[in-house]
Structure formats: C-alpha cells, structure tokens
Write a protein that binds this ligand. Structure first.
Ligand SMILES: Cc1ncc(COP(=O)(O)O)c(C=O)c1O
Length: 424
C-alpha cells in the first residue's frame, strides 16, 4: 500500500500551522503527529505522577502506561522480552551507557572496531576508553560509499572485544548489512553494537533476526518526543553489566556500607523516569505501525529515486551516497560545486556579486530557508567522514513519511536556482 503523504500531513500540527513549510531535516529530528502530542497531554492531564513508587491509583496507572510502552517498544523491534529494553535519553546516552559498562571491563591492549561512517555519538563514548589503553580501529568506506566488509573482517582481531557500527549512515544514507556484520563479530567472539538511530524510524528492524548484542535508537527521530531513547540488550549481557547511573529506583537494597542492584531493565534507569517520553514514543510507534514499516520504506525509496532523477539535471551538484537503491536510505547529502567557500551567497546575490566557485552548504541552507525549505548543513556530527570525503561540510535533505514528490521538486528547483546564482 502506498503512503499518501498529503493525507499524513493533516495529522501533524506543525504543517497545519505552517502550511508552506517543506521540512527536509528528518535525519536530525522529526515532526510529531496529533496522537503523540495527545498521549503526552493525556498523561499530564489525567495521570501525572511518579512511576514505580506510589501505591495510589494514578501512580499505578502511570506505571502501567510506562511499562506497557516498554512492551510496545520491545514488540516494535522484535526483542521478545520487555526487560531487554532500557529507556535512555537518546542514542548518544545509550552508547555512553555501553562505554561506561561493557567498555570499562576491557583491558589495556583490547580493541574496539568502528567504521569510518560513524556519527560522533558512536565514536566519542569509545574514545573515553583510550585513557585505559584501549585501541580504536575504523573499517573503511569504499569509493561507492558502501562499507568495506573485507576491511571490517580484517580488522576483527583476537583483541577486538567490541564492534559498534551504524545501521544507516546519517550522511551517506548507506544501509549496512548489520546481520552480516554481527555474524562476523560473533565468529570472532566480539560483542556487536548497532547504532540504529537512522534505521528504526524508517524500516522494519528485528533484533532477533540481526542477532546483535545491543542496539540503540532515539525517539525524536521517529515521531516521538525528545529526551527518550532506547538501548536494547541481550538479557545475559544486561544482567552481568554494572549499572550506569546510581540513585533511586536502580537499587534493591542499600545500607550504610553497601548496595545491591535492581533487576534489568530498572537497574539502568536511575532517578525519576521520563514517563511522558516513553508514552509518547509508544504512541509514535503505534502511528508508524498503522502506516506499516514496509510502506514507510517504499515511500522513502520513491522519494530518493525521484531525488536521484532530478539531481542528474543539475551539472555541478555533487551528491554523496550509494546510487544502488537497495543499499540506500532517504538521506541526500550534497554540495554545489566542489570547492567549499565561505562566501555569503545571500549578501552576494543582493549586491549582484558573481560567485565564482562553489557555495558553502550553510549558504545553500540559508538560500533554501528563504523558500521555507528546511535542510541541514554542516558536518552532521561526522567530522571523520567529512575528512574522508574531502569536504568540510555538506548540505543534507532527509525526507520522511509526510514529504511529497512536489515538495522535492520545489527543493530541486531551489538547488538549481542556487547553482545558477553561483554561475552568474
Ligand atoms: C547515525 C546516528 N547515530 C547517532 C545519532 C545521535 O542521536 P541523538 O542525538 O538522538 O542521540 C544520530 C543523530 O543524528 C545519528 O544520525
């Protein structure tokens, strides 16, 4: 079944309030449908209270909403058991949790394998472990913007205890075969961590099928509220891990000398939880389920195919990412021209100054903003990858369920206009 974005848009207050907004920054964060907003308001207006603490009615209701949201998350990613689902703030916190727990068990000389296409949130938490003598390796990205699986395999040494890799690159849109990577890891007795920030919102992800040991994602990138994220982990690993943060709720018993820990997942959820976040995330998953994740993916494929077709019309547009649609999610990073200049295109246009070389992505994004088109520009928290691509920055359009083909046409027209200004 094809998604009808024109119909979907009607469910989103932001588009009712800004009918001309062309929002193409979904890899950064997504808009929220009425149902998500209402689920949060319902909690605030009818059940607001702390969870797992009160014995009174609304607290028990809130606890039940919080825990049934966890069951929904567990079902959404095929985890099979809600206790394998830890609520965090976002993907970043999920990976920091891992670095602080499984990472701290590593010994000097042990290695961690990442890839050249990681977001900083899957690099920096592991860099913290360098102080303890842990070495970090990066598997290469090939010229066709896909991961070099042979290089990945060759860097899985006996010392590689953890490998952490993205499912979908937030810059290239490359979809990695995380099942294959996980299987390579397991043959080497390496723990496999998947950064699914850019995959869970866009495609059916099943942790049972991937067989990864951990998987992290963020609610705000999938129609849910900000401040709620997920870490999935295999039960035995979560059980043997030390807690991350200490405080209320994560303990079983405390005395003046010692403490013991709560069961999973609560051992990892210290302090007052983000109850509204969990409820909103669950509602976002219900919304996506009602569309069908296969349909979401098909819609995005149609959009990216259209972008490819239109991109061919613009001579000096350089896009980064695989051309094979099977290996590509709906992330379109591009530059106009090949030399990055910090020229202020807007000011130049006003003064009728000719811009002789390429346009800086920030200027492209500013140009687009004048047409009410929201695209991201910058290094996308992937500075090592930018270095590998030989650019300081790119502009990036990342469409989602509510984007239409005609919006993409306006976006492409505006790239063409921007590029024409450059040539003048
Ligand atoms: C691939 C990838 N990983 C991790 C993150 C970090 O997500 P968050 O900021 O929600 O923690 C992002 C955010 O853009 C991302 O694209």
């Amino acid at each position: 079944m094809s998604l009808i974005p024109e119909k979907i848009r009607k469910d989103f207050p932001i588009f009712r309030n800004n009918p001309d907004l062309i929002y193409l920054d979904n890899a950064a964060t997504t808009q929220k449908p009425d149902s998500v907003v209402r689920s949060i308001v319902n909690y605030y207006e009818n059940f607001y209270s702390n969870v797992h603490r009160g014995v009174y009615r609304i607290s028990e209701e809130a606890t039940s909403m919080y825990e049934s949201a966890r069951k929904n998350v567990s079902d959404f990613i095929g985890s099979g058991d809600p206790s394998n689902i830890v609520y965090t703030r976002n993907t970043t916190e999920s990976i920091n949790l891992l670095s602080y727990t499984i990472g701290r068990k590593l010994k000097k000389g042990d290695r961690i394998l990442l890839t050249e296409m990681e977001h900083h949130s899957n690099i920096i938490p592991w860099y913290f472990l360098k102080e303890a003598g842990i070495k970090i390796d990066f598997a290469k990205v090939k010229e066709d913007f896909t991961l070099d699986y042979e290089d990945f395999a060759s860097k899985l040494s006996p010392e590689t205890k953890i490998a952490s890799f993205t499912h979908v690159s937030n810059v290239l849109g490359t979809i990695n075969d995380v099942r294959e990577l996980t299987s390579m890891c397991h043959e080497n007795s390496t723990i496999a961590v998947v950064d699914a920030a850019q995959s869970v919102p866009h495609m059916k992800v099943d942790v049972g099928k991937i067989d990864c040991d951990f998987l992290a994602f963020s609610g705000h990138k999938m129609l849910g509220p900000s401040g709620i994220g997920v870490l999935y982990g295999k039960e035995d690993l979560l059980t043997e891990m030390r807690p991350f943060l200490g405080g209320g709720e994560m303990i079983r018993e405390v005395d003046y000398t010692n403490a013991t820990w709560n069961d999973i997942p609560w051992k990892f959820e210290a302090g007052t939880q983000n109850v509204e976040g969990a409820i909103g995330l669950s509602s976002a998953m219900d919304y996506l389920k009602s569309l069908g994740m296969e349909n979401v993916m098909d819609h995005e494929r149609r959009l990216i195919k259209h972008l490819f077709a239109r991109a061919n019309e613009i001579d000096n547009l350089i896009s980064f990412g695989p051309l094979d649609l099977e290996k590509r999610a709906a992330v379109f990073s591009f530059n106009i021209g090949d030399v990055i200049s910090y020229s202020l295109v807007e000011a130049a246009i006003k003064k009728n100054i000719k811009i002789s070389n390429s346009i800086h992505p920030h200027d492209v994004a500013a140009f687009m903003d004048h047409k009410n088109i929201a695209v991201r520009s910058g290094h996308h928290c992937a500075m090592p990858l930018m270095g590998h691509l030989g650019v300081a920055a790119t502009a990036r359009a990342s469409p989602y369920i509510y984007n239409t083909i005609s919006e993409l046409d306006l976006f492409m027209d505006s790239i063409r206009d921007c590029s024409m200004e450059m040539k003048r």
